[in-house]
Structures are given as C-alpha cells and as structure tokens.
Design a protein around this ligand. Sequence first.
Ligand code: 76R
Length: 272
Amino acid sequence: MTDWPVLRPKEGWHVLHLFYRAELGQWQTLTSEERLSAKTKLSALVQEVRSLPSTQILTFSMVSPKADIGFMLLTEDLHKANSIEKKLTLCLGADVLTPVFSFYSLTERSEYTTTEKDYAASLTAEKGLPPESFEFAQALAEFRQRMQKYLQDRLYPNMPDWPVFCFYPMTKRRDAAQNWYLLPFEKRKELMLGHGRIGRQYAGRVRQLITGSTGLDDGEWGISLFAHDIFEIKSIVYEMRFDPVSAQYADFGEFYVGLQLPLDDLFQRIQL
Ligand code: 76R
C-alpha cells in the first residue's frame, strides 16, 4: 500500500466518531470459523491502530438500539483516519456493521481562554499586585506554564478510560433574533466565561472534549462527555440548558450514550 505523506492539521488532531448497528441476521449467515476470523481481524486492527504514533481509539458498547458499536478515533493523519474508518466498517465482513451516525471534527483551542493580558489585568485589579512586583512576575510565569499544559491537553488530549460516554453534535444559533456569530467578541467571551464556570463545577465528575467541525460536518462542535456515573451527564447537560449560551444560542443533534468496553467484552455484550 502506498504511504501517502501525512496530512497533519496545522494544529490539533482529526477526530472521528463512528456508530454502527450490528446486523445479527447477516452475522448468523457466517460460519463459526468466519466469525472468529472476523473478530480476530477487528481486534488486530484496533491493536495496530493503538500502536500508531499520535493515535487513540476508544471502543464502546452503545446503550440504546440506535447503535450497537461505537468508536472514537483521534489521529494526526487524515489519510490514516480515512483508511482506518474504511477498515473498521468492513472488518467484520460486508454488511455486518451498518453505519448509523458519524461525525468528523478536529480538536481545537478555544478563542475565549483567558489571555496573558486578561490575567495580568486581574492580578492588579483583583489581587492588588503591582506589575513591577516579584509576585506579579511569578504569578504570570505560573500562568504561562499552566496555559501551555492546558492548550496541549485541548489539542492533543489523553482520552480517559472512564466507562460512561455521551456524544452529541452542537451548533450555535444563527436566527435573525439570536445570532451567536453577530455578537461582538467581548460579549461572546463574557457568555463563555459563565459557561466555563458551570462546567468547572463538574471537575472530577465529568470530562469533556469539545471538537470543532465547522466546514467539516453537519454541526459546529462535537461534544464528547465522559463520567463514572450517567447521572452526572444528565445533570451537566440539564444545568447547562439554563446557561444563556445554551439556552439562547445552542441547537443540539442526536445524542449517543455508550459504555467504554474492551473489544472482547464488547463482542460478548452485543452477542457477536
Ligand atoms: O476549555 C475550558 O475548560 C475553558 C472554558 C470552556 C470553553 C472555552 C469550557 C468549559 N467549554 C468551552 C467551550 Mn464547554 N461544554 C459544552 C457542552 O449541552 C450543552 O448545553 C453544551 C455542551 C458541555 C456539556 C460542556 C462542558 N464548550 C465550549 C464550546 C466551544 C464554543 C465556542 O468556541 O464558541 C462548546 C460548543 C461547548 C459546549 N465546558 C467546560 C464543559 C465543561 C465540563 C467545562 C469545564 C472544563 C474544566 O474546566 O474542567
């Protein structure tokens, strides 16, 4: 196979969410050897994917019959993402996995994160630190380091192994009366600050990855949430509905809930 030059985004990774229905009728037409070989092929593929540089793949047993199997793939190379998706779809044999939903996005930085200028201003205004003081310089240096790690985590995240997973696409409204994109930057930033404040109350209970899909898929962001308890997912999404950013400006796509499971257990769970 030709090794194409790596299609690495200027920043961030490619993210593919893939949800499939398992066609058990079609599966049962295969002999037991064929089934075993098909499952071995998929396991080998997942293992191979996990050995690639800057690549992660998560496997899910989906909770409602909207879908049976889910994958979340993060990788640096669009050729790899493309070729892995084709292989995943066909691995168990033609017509065994029917795609029911997919979403392509990129990890991204936020345009609303606190800047060094914002932080410096808050050091003076809220903490009363004079800009020429040692404490000011020290606080700013710590901020720089923290932001560097934060940015790295947003663009090149280490995905959690938390069992409960929820995914949905989200779009910011562009109605005549409510158009997010016509709001001035400062207003959007202020609104996002309120959003972040609610989100941070769930630290340790909900991990989120927001990936950008404007121009890439039918939706503007992919929301991937992880928890140990599905109650926390329901709580955060409910609470955010009252936050002006979501209440006034957010539209949502379909929701998919899954459980993160190793492939062998996943096969058993969905009776393959
Ligand atoms: O990145 C950060 O942690 C800083 C603050 C922050 C930004 C910039 C943040 C915090 N989010 C940001 C951006 Mn979020 N987020 C969602 C949803 O269902 C809903 O109503 C909304 C779906 C959830 C549940 C959630 C959770 N966030 C965004 C964006 C991009 C907007 C843009 O660029 O215009 C979207 C679409 C979005 C949506 N958010 C957090 C969370 C949580 C849990 C946090 C706190 C993270 C933490 O500090 O641990």
